[in-house]
Write a protein that binds this ligand. Structure first.
Ligand SMILES: Nc1ncnc2c1ncn2[C@@H]1O[C@H](COP(=O)(O)OP(=O)(O)O)[C@@H](O)[C@H]1O
Ligand SMILES: [Mg+2]
Length: 249
Protein backbone atom coordinates (compact mmCIF):
# COMPACT_ATOMS: atom_id res chain seq x y z
CA UNK A 1 0.00 0.00 0.00
CA UNK A 2 1.18 3.52 -0.81
CA UNK A 3 2.16 5.35 2.40
CA UNK A 4 -0.02 8.37 3.18
CA UNK A 5 3.08 10.57 3.45
CA UNK A 6 6.30 9.95 1.56
CA UNK A 7 9.16 12.38 1.95
CA UNK A 8 11.93 11.98 -0.59
CA UNK A 9 15.30 13.72 -0.21
CA UNK A 10 13.85 16.92 1.24
CA UNK A 11 16.19 19.81 1.97
CA UNK A 12 15.31 23.31 3.11
CA UNK A 13 17.78 26.16 3.16
CA UNK A 14 16.94 29.62 4.52
CA UNK A 15 18.75 32.77 3.46
CA UNK A 16 19.58 34.60 6.65
CA UNK A 17 21.47 37.88 7.13
CA UNK A 18 24.62 36.09 8.17
CA UNK A 19 24.49 33.45 5.45
CA UNK A 20 22.54 30.30 4.74
CA UNK A 21 20.83 28.08 7.29
CA UNK A 22 20.36 24.48 6.23
CA UNK A 23 17.38 23.69 8.45
CA UNK A 24 16.57 20.32 6.83
CA UNK A 25 19.20 18.21 5.10
CA UNK A 26 18.27 15.49 2.63
CA UNK A 27 15.58 13.77 4.68
CA UNK A 28 13.58 10.75 3.47
CA UNK A 29 10.94 8.74 5.33
CA UNK A 30 7.41 7.40 4.96
CA UNK A 31 4.36 7.36 7.18
CA UNK A 32 1.73 4.63 6.82
CA UNK A 33 -1.96 5.47 6.85
CA UNK A 34 -3.45 5.33 10.36
CA UNK A 35 -0.11 5.53 12.17
CA UNK A 36 0.79 7.87 14.99
CA UNK A 37 4.29 8.92 13.93
CA UNK A 38 6.68 10.90 16.13
CA UNK A 39 9.36 13.34 14.99
CA UNK A 40 11.71 14.14 17.85
CA UNK A 41 14.80 16.23 18.30
CA UNK A 42 16.24 19.08 20.32
CA UNK A 43 15.16 22.65 19.78
CA UNK A 44 16.54 23.87 16.45
CA UNK A 45 16.83 20.37 14.97
CA UNK A 46 14.55 21.29 12.05
CA UNK A 47 11.28 19.70 13.18
CA UNK A 48 9.01 22.70 12.58
CA UNK A 49 10.61 23.42 9.23
CA UNK A 50 10.03 19.83 8.12
CA UNK A 51 6.42 19.87 9.27
CA UNK A 52 5.78 23.22 7.56
CA UNK A 53 6.94 21.61 4.32
CA UNK A 54 4.48 18.74 4.87
CA UNK A 55 1.76 21.29 5.53
CA UNK A 56 2.58 23.30 2.39
CA UNK A 57 3.28 26.39 4.47
CA UNK A 58 6.89 26.24 3.36
CA UNK A 59 8.29 25.06 0.06
CA UNK A 60 11.24 22.71 0.27
CA UNK A 61 14.44 23.77 -1.51
CA UNK A 62 14.96 20.25 -2.85
CA UNK A 63 13.20 16.90 -2.96
CA UNK A 64 9.64 15.68 -3.27
CA UNK A 65 6.71 15.13 -0.94
CA UNK A 66 3.96 12.69 -1.84
CA UNK A 67 0.63 12.72 -0.01
CA UNK A 68 -1.54 9.71 -0.84
CA UNK A 69 0.78 9.06 -3.76
CA UNK A 70 0.37 12.57 -5.22
CA UNK A 71 3.47 14.70 -5.69
CA UNK A 72 2.71 18.06 -4.06
CA UNK A 73 5.02 19.87 -6.49
CA UNK A 74 2.89 18.70 -9.40
CA UNK A 75 -0.49 19.86 -8.11
CA UNK A 76 -2.41 22.74 -9.65
CA UNK A 77 -3.34 25.58 -7.29
CA UNK A 78 -6.89 24.23 -7.13
CA UNK A 79 -5.63 20.76 -6.21
CA UNK A 80 -3.31 22.31 -3.64
CA UNK A 81 -6.22 24.06 -1.92
CA UNK A 82 -8.07 20.78 -1.75
CA UNK A 83 -4.97 19.00 -0.44
CA UNK A 84 -4.52 21.63 2.29
CA UNK A 85 -7.99 20.80 3.62
CA UNK A 86 -6.91 17.20 4.10
CA UNK A 87 -4.05 18.25 6.36
CA UNK A 88 -4.86 19.80 9.73
CA UNK A 89 -2.44 21.28 12.22
CA UNK A 90 -2.43 22.12 15.92
CA UNK A 91 0.18 24.19 17.70
CA UNK A 92 1.76 24.83 21.08
CA UNK A 93 -0.08 28.13 21.57
CA UNK A 94 -3.46 26.93 20.26
CA UNK A 95 -3.98 29.88 17.85
CA UNK A 96 -7.63 30.45 18.80
CA UNK A 97 -9.51 33.60 17.84
CA UNK A 98 -9.72 35.45 21.14
CA UNK A 99 -12.74 37.59 20.23
CA UNK A 100 -14.87 34.57 19.28
CA UNK A 101 -16.42 32.13 21.69
CA UNK A 102 -15.72 28.39 21.57
CA UNK A 103 -18.51 27.44 19.18
CA UNK A 104 -17.66 30.30 16.83
CA UNK A 105 -13.99 29.32 16.83
CA UNK A 106 -14.98 25.85 15.68
CA UNK A 107 -17.41 27.29 13.11
CA UNK A 108 -14.65 29.42 11.58
CA UNK A 109 -13.16 26.85 9.14
CA UNK A 110 -16.69 25.76 8.23
CA UNK A 111 -17.65 29.35 7.40
CA UNK A 112 -14.59 29.63 5.19
CA UNK A 113 -15.61 26.39 3.46
CA UNK A 114 -19.01 27.96 2.77
CA UNK A 115 -21.09 25.87 5.17
CA UNK A 116 -24.30 27.60 6.28
CA UNK A 117 -24.53 29.09 9.78
CA UNK A 118 -27.06 26.63 11.13
CA UNK A 119 -25.30 23.55 9.83
CA UNK A 120 -21.91 24.84 10.97
CA UNK A 121 -23.21 25.37 14.48
CA UNK A 122 -24.69 21.90 14.62
CA UNK A 123 -21.40 20.38 13.50
CA UNK A 124 -19.44 22.52 15.98
CA UNK A 125 -21.57 21.25 18.85
CA UNK A 126 -21.02 17.64 17.76
CA UNK A 127 -17.28 18.24 17.64
CA UNK A 128 -17.36 19.85 21.07
CA UNK A 129 -18.91 16.67 22.37
CA UNK A 130 -16.15 14.63 20.72
CA UNK A 131 -13.52 16.63 22.59
CA UNK A 132 -15.50 16.59 25.85
CA UNK A 133 -16.11 20.31 26.20
CA UNK A 134 -19.84 20.77 25.64
CA UNK A 135 -20.30 22.87 28.77
CA UNK A 136 -17.85 25.51 27.46
CA UNK A 137 -19.69 26.21 24.18
CA UNK A 138 -20.29 29.89 25.02
CA UNK A 139 -17.00 30.55 26.83
CA UNK A 140 -14.25 32.73 25.34
CA UNK A 141 -10.68 31.44 24.99
CA UNK A 142 -9.46 33.70 27.82
CA UNK A 143 -11.81 31.85 30.17
CA UNK A 144 -10.32 28.42 29.36
CA UNK A 145 -7.35 26.46 30.72
CA UNK A 146 -4.54 25.45 28.37
CA UNK A 147 -5.90 21.92 28.03
CA UNK A 148 -9.38 23.22 27.26
CA UNK A 149 -7.97 25.61 24.64
CA UNK A 150 -6.18 22.72 22.96
CA UNK A 151 -9.44 20.73 22.95
CA UNK A 152 -11.13 23.61 21.13
CA UNK A 153 -8.25 23.72 18.64
CA UNK A 154 -8.63 19.98 18.08
CA UNK A 155 -12.39 20.30 17.54
CA UNK A 156 -11.75 23.13 15.08
CA UNK A 157 -9.18 21.17 13.10
CA UNK A 158 -11.53 18.16 12.90
CA UNK A 159 -14.26 20.33 11.36
CA UNK A 160 -12.72 19.92 7.90
CA UNK A 161 -12.42 16.12 8.24
CA UNK A 162 -8.65 16.03 7.73
CA UNK A 163 -6.92 12.80 6.75
CA UNK A 164 -3.71 13.90 8.41
CA UNK A 165 -3.24 15.81 11.66
CA UNK A 166 0.11 17.49 12.31
CA UNK A 167 0.79 18.38 15.95
CA UNK A 168 3.74 20.74 16.41
CA UNK A 169 4.64 20.75 20.13
CA UNK A 170 0.89 20.60 20.81
CA UNK A 171 1.34 19.61 24.46
CA UNK A 172 4.53 21.54 25.22
CA UNK A 173 2.70 24.35 27.03
CA UNK A 174 0.71 21.91 29.20
CA UNK A 175 1.40 20.25 32.53
CA UNK A 176 2.02 16.47 32.56
CA UNK A 177 -1.52 15.54 33.64
CA UNK A 178 -3.15 17.71 30.98
CA UNK A 179 -0.64 16.46 28.42
CA UNK A 180 -1.78 12.93 29.15
CA UNK A 181 -5.44 13.79 28.68
CA UNK A 182 -4.76 15.54 25.36
CA UNK A 183 -2.67 12.58 24.17
CA UNK A 184 -5.53 10.25 25.09
CA UNK A 185 -7.88 12.41 23.05
CA UNK A 186 -5.52 12.25 20.06
CA UNK A 187 -5.36 8.46 20.39
CA UNK A 188 -9.16 8.31 20.45
CA UNK A 189 -9.38 10.47 17.33
CA UNK A 190 -6.81 8.29 15.58
CA UNK A 191 -8.83 5.18 16.36
CA UNK A 192 -12.30 6.59 15.82
CA UNK A 193 -11.66 8.43 12.53
CA UNK A 194 -8.54 6.67 11.26
CA UNK A 195 -6.72 10.00 10.98
CA UNK A 196 -2.96 9.68 10.56
CA UNK A 197 -1.24 11.75 13.24
CA UNK A 198 2.26 13.24 13.13
CA UNK A 199 3.52 14.29 16.55
CA UNK A 200 6.41 16.75 16.56
CA UNK A 201 7.94 17.18 19.98
CA UNK A 202 11.09 17.61 22.04
CA UNK A 203 9.43 15.62 24.85
CA UNK A 204 10.40 11.95 24.80
CA UNK A 205 7.55 11.05 27.19
CA UNK A 206 5.00 12.20 24.60
CA UNK A 207 6.45 9.91 21.96
CA UNK A 208 6.53 6.95 24.36
CA UNK A 209 2.93 7.56 25.34
CA UNK A 210 1.32 7.80 21.94
CA UNK A 211 3.53 6.98 18.93
CA UNK A 212 4.10 3.67 17.17
CA UNK A 213 7.03 4.83 15.04
CA UNK A 214 9.48 7.64 15.41
CA UNK A 215 12.16 9.55 13.50
CA UNK A 216 15.00 11.37 15.26
CA UNK A 217 16.21 14.69 13.84
CA UNK A 218 19.55 16.18 14.73
CA UNK A 219 20.96 19.36 13.17
CA UNK A 220 18.62 19.03 10.20
CA UNK A 221 19.39 15.37 9.52
CA UNK A 222 17.29 12.29 10.12
CA UNK A 223 19.71 10.18 12.15
CA UNK A 224 17.54 7.26 13.22
CA UNK A 225 14.09 5.86 12.54
CA UNK A 226 12.15 2.89 13.84
CA UNK A 227 9.52 1.61 16.22
CA UNK A 228 9.21 3.34 19.57
CA UNK A 229 10.17 0.09 21.34
CA UNK A 230 13.34 -0.27 19.26
CA UNK A 231 14.37 3.35 19.66
CA UNK A 232 13.87 3.55 23.42
CA UNK A 233 14.97 -0.05 24.03
CA UNK A 234 18.12 -0.04 21.93
CA UNK A 235 18.96 3.28 20.27
CA UNK A 236 21.57 2.76 17.58
CA UNK A 237 23.00 6.24 17.08
CA UNK A 238 24.87 8.45 19.53
CA UNK A 239 22.37 11.29 18.86
CA UNK A 240 19.39 9.14 19.78
CA UNK A 241 21.15 7.81 22.88
CA UNK A 242 21.94 11.34 24.02
CA UNK A 243 18.39 12.51 23.45
CA UNK A 244 16.91 9.65 25.45
CA UNK A 245 19.53 9.71 28.22
CA UNK A 246 19.37 13.46 28.74
CA UNK A 247 15.62 13.32 29.08
CA UNK A 248 15.58 10.54 31.64
CA UNK A 249 18.70 11.60 33.56
N1 LIG B 1 12.35 31.44 8.42
C1 LIG B 1 13.59 31.12 8.82
N2 LIG B 1 14.66 31.84 8.43
C2 LIG B 1 15.91 31.52 8.80
N3 LIG B 1 16.22 30.47 9.59
C3 LIG B 1 15.19 29.70 10.03
C4 LIG B 1 13.83 29.99 9.66
N4 LIG B 1 13.03 29.05 10.25
C5 LIG B 1 13.86 28.23 10.93
N5 LIG B 1 15.16 28.62 10.81
C6 LIG B 1 16.33 27.95 11.39
O1 LIG B 1 16.27 26.59 11.02
C7 LIG B 1 16.72 25.76 12.08
C8 LIG B 1 15.61 24.76 12.45
O2 LIG B 1 14.53 25.45 13.05
P1 LIG B 1 13.16 24.74 13.41
O3 LIG B 1 12.69 23.99 12.23
O4 LIG B 1 12.26 25.75 13.99
O5 LIG B 1 13.62 23.69 14.54
P2 LIG B 1 12.78 22.96 15.69
O6 LIG B 1 11.33 23.04 15.34
O7 LIG B 1 13.30 21.55 15.68
O8 LIG B 1 13.10 23.65 16.97
C9 LIG B 1 17.09 26.68 13.21
O9 LIG B 1 18.48 26.90 13.13
C10 LIG B 1 16.31 27.94 12.90
O10 LIG B 1 16.96 29.07 13.44
MG1 LIG C 1 9.70 23.79 16.47
Amino acid sequence: MEPIIRVENISKTFQANNGQVEAVKNISFSIEKGDIFGIIGLSGAGKSTLVRCLNLLEKQSEGNIYIDGKNLMKLSSKELRKQRQDIGMIFQHFNLLMQRNVVDNICFPLEIAGVGRKQAKKRALELLETVGLTEKARAYPAQLSGGQKQRVAIARVLANNPKILLCDEATSALDPQTTKSILNLLKEINQKYGITIVVITHEMAVVREICSKVAVLDHGRLVEEGTVEALFGAPKTEEAKQLILNTYA
